[in-house]
Design a protein around this ligand. Structure first.
Ligand SMILES: [Zn+2]
Length: 140
């Protein structure tokens, strides 16, 4: 159980695989937030051995697709007035838009500027996604 009593309003991203914290921190753009954000690495966890944890002391919109893509096993805890008000578990998104880029050098998206390319999940085991334009497979 995480101690959220000191957190008045904010979000705790818990059960991040050890060493994934920084990646999530960067991908979510948390380095651009003006409020306090704490990245804790290698926290002891009964369930996981070691884990990373991120505390965001503000109410921000998190891109859950990005999170699900990097680490579908994380838990997101929303805190208000020092109390846990909502807990969200993630899943690997079936579709992501504007997050991945195509690895096929001959794909149109690498010839021209294409925004918000859509990728659909083709293999949950390997977390592989297929490009909507050329069907080439890629992963994060
Ligand atoms: Zn492509």
């Amino acid at each position: 159980m995480i101690n959220v009593s000191k957190l008045k309003k904010g979000i705790v991203i818990d059960h991040i695989k050890a060493n994934h914290g920084y990646k999530i921190f960067k991908q979510l753009g948390l380095d651009r937030i003006d409020d306090t954000v704490v990245l804790m690495r290698n926290v002891d966890s009964r369930k996981m051995g070691k884990k990373d944890l991120i505390k965001i002391e503000t109410d921000v919109h998190l891109n859950l697709d990005v999170l699900g893509l990097i680490d579908p096993d994380v838990t997101i805890n929303y805190v208000e007035n020092g109390e846990l008000v909502r807990k969200v578990r993630l899943e690997l998104p079936l579709e992501v838009t504007g997050i991945l880029t195509c690895r096929n050098p001959r794909c149109i998206t690498n010839q021209e500027h294409v925004e918000d390319i859509r990728f659909r999940l083709v293999d949950p085991e390997t977390k592989e996604y297929a490009c909507e334009y050329c069907e080439a497979r890629t992963h994060l």
